[in-house]
Design a protein around this ligand. Structure first.
Ligand SMILES: C[S@@+](CC[C@H](N)C(=O)[O-])C[C@H]1O[C@@H](n2cnc3c(N)ncnc32)[C@H](O)[C@@H]1O
Length: 750
C-alpha cells in the first residue's frame, strides 16, 4: 500500500489498538495526531517490507504517544470486551515444543506443539490488554496482545514499560494467532499469562538466534550486581510498584541466592501484592539464616507473621510470636491471630462491631472464616451441594466466608469515567468492569497460591467442564514463586473464566440497597463454601453480607443431612423472570416448592404476575387494593401451593398497600397499614403468631409475636417492614407491642 493512509485504514488501525470509538473519532479529527499516526500507518500495513520490524516499532511508538494524548484529554471512554470464549492455555514444557516463526503462523488458530521465540520491539500500550510489537528471528513481526497479566489492570504505563521492556526476549507457548475483533490487523493473543516465558538473554535459547533489527533503541540497561538490583528494586518500592520491585529483587537473587536483604525486601513487596505464600517463605528463609543482626531478624519475624496472618494461617502466627516474645509488632499480629482463631474454631464473633465497622465503602472486614456444621457432599444420584451434618436450629450460624477475591468499583475510582461492557457468552449476561476485574484478581490469587488454584479447580465450571479436583482436599505443601514472572501453576484461564461466570456473588449492601436500585457497577466476589450452595427460591439458609464477607444462617430448623440452599434470584421476583434468569445464567430449571406451586397455577397466572411486577407502584389506595386483589386471584389453591406455603410476589403489593394506607390517612389507616405490612411478612414466610394491635398482650410480654423456629426466606427486605410495624404500633400508644416487634427485627438480624 503506497501513499497517504486512507482515513478508513487509519481508523481501523486505531480501533485495533482497543482504543474506544470516541478516542478514535477524536484522534481522527485532530490534525496533528492524524498526521503523526497517518505518516506511520503505511509502514505497519506494508507487512512484507524487509524493514518492517523497525517500522512497526517506530509506528507503534507514535501511536502509543497518540493514545496517551487521547487519554490525557479526558474523554469518556467506552470499553467493550467478551468473556466465556473458552480461551486455552498451554501445559507443555518449552523443551517439548517446536519453534515456529510468525510467517508460519498466519492462520487463525492456536499453534499446538509449538512455541514462538520473539523479542519486544515497541513500548507497550495498555488498555484492557497490553499490546506490544514483537519480531522473531526470521524478520517476522506482529502485534502481541496480552490479557490478564497480574497487577496490570490498573497499573501505570511506566510499570507496564518495566514489565514489558523493549528488547525482552520471550517464548510464547502454543501461541494463538487471530484477527483483531476490530480493525484489520491480525495479532497474537495471549490469555493465560503463564504462556509467556521471559528468557534470560544469556540463556541457550536466546543466544542461538540473531535479530533483524539489531540493537533496538530504548532498550533499558540493567544492573550487573546484587546491590545494583537491590537499589533498582528499592526505587520501584518507593514508587509503590510492587511487582516491578519483586522482579528486581528476584533478578538480584539470581546472582546471590542467599542475599538476605534482597529476600527481606522481596518479602515486603510480596506482602503488598498479597502473595502471602511467597512472602512467608522469603521471610522464613531470612530467619533460618540465624543472622547476628537483630534489626534484620525483627523485620523478618514481622513479615513472616504478617504473611501467615494474610494466609489465615493463624497457628503459624502464634508459632512465630512464640519464638519472638520481645517483638512488639509480632505480638500485635499475634493478638489479632488469637481472635481470628477463636472465631474460626467457635463461630463466636463480635457482630456489633463487625456490623458498624463494615458500613464504609469497599469494606473488607478483618475477621476469620468459619465452617459450622455443614459439609460439601455429592449424594448418590444427586447434585453436589452443601448439607448440614447435624440437626440445627433456625438462626444458627452455618458459615462465615471471606472471599477468595472481591472487587468494588471504589477500588479503582479512576475508571469511573468509563462505560465498560463485558458480554459473557457463557451466561448471556452483560457485565461490567467488576466482572472483568474478577478474572484478573483470580489469576493474581492463583499465581502464588497452589491451594487457591486447587479450590478453583474444585468449583462448578459448567456442565461440560467437570471439576478437576475433588472437594474437600487436603492442603498441599507450598513452595515460593521461583520468580514473580512464573506462577506456581499454569493458569487455566478457561476454567477461571468459567468459575467466575458460574460462582460470582453480587456483594449486596443493605445500606445503599444497590441491588434494588439496579446499579450497573455492583461489587462482586468469588467465595469457597458458598459456591457449593445450590439454589432454591425458598432457601433453607439466609445469606447476608458484612462488607465482602458472606454470613449464612439456617432459615428454619434443619435436620441432619438436609440441604443448605440460598437464592440466586429472589423468590419475590415473578416466576417467568426467575425461570428465565436461572436457565440462562445457570442452565437449570428450578424444582423448588415455590416453582412447583407457580407452575401448577398455570401460565395465565404467571403472565399476570409478571405484568403486575413490571408496573409502576400504584398511586392511590384503591389501585393498591386492586393490585393485591388481582394478584391474590392468580393463586390457585393447589396441593403444591399448600405445601410451599408462601406467595412471595405478593410481598411488594402488600408493601405498596401499607404505604397507600399511610398516605391516605383514612379512618383506621394505622391498623390497616399494620395489617398490610404483616401480610407482606406472611407471604414471604414469616409465621406471625400475634396479629393484635390493641388490648392486653396475649401471653407473656417477653414472647415475640412471631414463630422463631422459622425465618422469613428473604431477610434483607424484612427489617424495614418490621420497623414500620413497630413505629406504627408506637404511634398507636402500643409501646410494649412496638418493643416486641423491634425485638423481632433484632432476632431477624442476628
Ligand atoms: C454455584 S454452583 C452450585 C453448586 C454446584 N451444584 C456444584 O456442584 O458445585 C451452580 C450450579 O449448580 C447447579 N444448580 C444449583 N442449584 C440448582 C437447582 N436448584 N436445580 C438444578 N441445578 C442447580 C446448576 O448447574 C448451577 O449452574
Amino acid at each position: 500500500m503506497a501513499g497517504q493512509a486512507s482515513g478508513a485504514h487509519l481508523a481501523s488501525m486505531l480501533a485495533s489498538m482497543n482504543l474506544s470509538p470516541e478516542i478514535v473519532q477524536r484522534m481522527m479529527r485532530d490534525p496533528t495526531l492524524r498526521q503523526t499516526v497517518g505518516s506511520n500507518v503505511n509502514s505497519i500495513l506494508g507487512r512484507g517490507d524487509s524493514q518492517q520490524g523497525s517500522n512497526l516499532a517506530g509506528s507503534f511508538e507514535s501511536m502509543r504517544q497518540s493514545a496517551l494524548h487521547a487519554k490525557a484529554i479526558h474523554l469518556l471512554v467506552l470499553r467493550q470486551t467478551f468473556l466465556g470464549t473458552d480461551p486455552e492455555h498451554s501445559v507443555e514444557n518449552l523443551e517439548h515444543l517446536q519453534r515456529i516463526g510468525i510467517f508460519e503462523m498466519l492462520v487463525r488458530k492456536r499453534h499446538k506443539g509449538t512455541y514462538l521465540l520473539c523479542r519486544i520491539i515497541s513500548k507497550p500500550t495498555h488498555h484492557l490488554s497490553i499490546d506490544v510489537a514483537v519480531e522473531d528471528p526470521d524478520a517476522g513481526t506482529s502485534m502481541l496482545a496480552i490479557y490478564h497479566y497480574p497487577f496490570t489492570l490498573n497499573c501505570s504505563i511506566n510499570e507496564v514499560d518495566e514489565l514489558f521492556p523493549i528488547g525482552a526476549i520471550i517464548a510464547l507457548r502454543e501461541p494463538y494467532y487471530k484477527f483483531a475483533s476490530r480493525g484489520d490487523v491480525p495479532m497474537i493473543r495471549v490469555d493465560a499469562a503463564s504462556d509467556i516465558i521471559f528468557l534470560d538473554p544469556h540463556s541457550e535459547l536466546a543466544r542461538q538466534v540473531s535479530w533483524t533489527t539489531g540493537d533496538t533503541v530504548d532498550t533499558p540497561s540493567y544492573p550487573t550486581t546484587p546491590e545494583g538490583w537491590k537499589n533498582r528494586g528499592n526505587g520501584f518500592f518507593k514508587r509503590k510498584q510492587w511487582l516491578c520491585a519483586a522482579m528486581a529483587y528476584s533478578d538480584g537473587l539470581k546472582l546471590a541466592p542467599s542475599h538476605h536483604l534482597l529476600l527481606l525486601n522481596r518479602s515486603q513487596a510480596y506482602l503488598h501484592l498479597h502473595w502471602y505464600n511467597s512472602a512467608a517463605h522469603d521471610a522464613e528463609s531470612v530467619l533460618s539464616m540465624h543472622l547476628d543482626d537483630s534489626v534484620i531478624n525483627v523485620k523478618a519475624a514481622v513479615r513472616s507473621a504478617n504473611a501467615y496472618y494474610g494466609s489465615a494461617m493463624y497457628r503459624d502466627v502464634l508459632r512465630v510470636a512464640g519464638l519472638h516474645p520481645g517483638n512488639a509488632d509480632v505480638q500485635t499480629t499475634s493478638s489479632k491471630a488469637k481472635e481470628r482463631l477463636q472465631e474460626t474454631v467457635t463461630g463466636v464473633y463480635k457482630w456489633d462491631s463487625i456490623y458498624s465497622g463494615s458500613r464504609g465503602p469497599a469494606s473488607r472486614p478483618d475477621i476469620a472464616s468459619f465452617q459450622g456444621s455443614v459439609e460439601v457432599v455429592t449424594p448418590p444420584h444427586g447434585r453436589r451441594g452443601l448439607f448440614v451434618t447435624r440437626n440445627v436450629k433456625a438462626g444458627e450460624l452455618l458459615l462465615v466466608s471471606k472471599p477468595i477475591v472481591s472487587y468494588y468499583p471504589e477500588d479503582n475510582p479512576e475508571f469511573q469515567h468509563e462505560l465498560f461492557t463485558c458480554f459473557n457468552f457463557l451466561t448471556d449476561k452483560l457485565g461490567n468492569r467488576c466482572d472483568y476485574a474478577l478474572i484478573d484478581l483470580l489469576v493474581q490469587r492463583l499465581w502464588d497460591d497452589p491451594n487457591a488454584a486447587k479450590t478453583i479447580q474444585a468449583l462448578y465450571s459448567g456442565s461440560d467442564l467437570p471439576a478437576s479436583t475433588i472437594y474437600p482436599f487436603a492442603p498441599i505443601p507450598t513452595r515460593p514463586l521461583s520468580h514473580p514472572r512464573t506462577p506456581c501453576v499454569d493458569i487455566d484461564i478457561k476454567r477461571v473464566e468459567r468459575v467466575a461466570s458460574h460462582n460470582t456473588h453480587d456483594i449486596e449492601d443493605d445500606m445503599k440497597a444497590v441491588k434494588w436500585m439496579g446499579r450497573h457497577d455492583m461489587a462482586v466476589g468469588v467465595y469457597e463454601l458458598p459456591s457449593f450452595c445450590n439454589h432454591s427460591c425458598l432457601p433453607s439458609a439466609t445469606k447476608v453480607f458484612f462488607g465482602d464477607v458472606i454470613v449464612m444462617r439456617a432459615a428454619r430448623d434443619l435436620s441432619r443431612g438436609e440441604e443448605v440452599t440460598s437464592y440466586y434470584r429472589p423468590g419475590t421476583k415473578p416466576y417467568n423472570d426467575r425461570a428465565r434468569d436461572l436457565n440462562r445464567v445457570w442452565g437449570f430449571t428450578c424444582d423448588c416448592c415455590i416453582c412447583l406451586a407457580d407452575r401448577a397455577d398455570g401460565q395465565a397466572a404467571l403472565s399476570l404476575r409478571a405484568r403486575v411486577y413490571d408496573e409502576p407502584a400504584p398511586s392511590t389506595l384503591s389501585s393498591a387494593q386492586q393490585r393485591v386483589a388481582e394478584l391474590l386471584s392468580s393463586y390457585v389453591d393447589t396441593r403444591e401451593r399448600r405445601l410451599c406455603g408462601v406467595k412471595p410476589e405478593l410481598y411488594f403489593a402488600y408493601h405498596h398497600l401499607a404505604m397507600a394506607f399511610m398516605t391516605s390517612r383514612a379512618t383506621g389507616w394505622r391498623e390497616n397499614a399494620v395489617e398490610a405490612f404483616m401480610n407482606a411478612l406472611d407471604v414471604i414466610g414469616m409465621v406471625i403468631t400475634d396479629r393484635s394491635t390493641s388490648g392486653p398482650l396475649p401471653s407473656s410480654s417477653a414472647t415475640l409475636p412471631v414463630d422463631t423456629a422459622r425465618f422469613p426466606a428473604f431477610p434483607r427486605i424484612c427489617p424495614s417492614v418490621i420497623v414500620q410495624v413497630a413505629s406504627l404500633l408506637e404511634s398507636m400508644g402500643q409501646r410494649a407491642r412496638a418493643a416486641n416487634w423491634l425485638k423481632v427485627g433484632v432476632w431477624g438480624e442476628c
